[in-house]
Design a protein around this ligand. Structure first.
Ligand SMILES: [Zn+2]
Length: 106
């Protein structure tokens, strides 16, 4: 009896879909940097308030200091694991087509 109950419960979680909608709304898809033009990148804007760590921007190889609004981007096909994400200065991301990124994915 308990086993049947848990199975029914697991199936019921499918009704929780709208919960994830707001998360994905803030993510857009853009073309990748030089050498990655054919790859779709998921792009998210990180506000100054959300930025609490130092990141290294692959566009200029300089640090992004905490409290700096910036971009986080990753190849859509890579699934967006934290290891695949790169944090970019907004300026560097906007000029990415003219840059060769300093660190490659994978
Ligand atoms: Zn940069």
């Amino acid at each position: 009896m308990p086993r049947r109950n848990s199975r029914k419960h697991a199936r019921g979680t499918g009704s929780g879909l709208p919960r994830f909608g707001s998360t994905f709304q803030s993510t857009r898809t853009e073309s990748g940097p030089a050498g990655w033009e054919d790859v779709e990148f998921a792009v998210r804007t990180i506000s100054a308030g959300q930025s609490t760590k130092v990141y290294r921007c692959p566009g200029c190889d300089q640090e992004i200091m905490p409290g700096t609004a910036h971009i986080v981007a990753w190849p859509v096909g890579y699934g967006g694991g934290s290891d695949d994400r790169r944090h970019w200065h907004r300026n560097c991301w906007s000029k990415r087509a003219q840059r060769t990124i300093t660190r490659r994915w994978g």
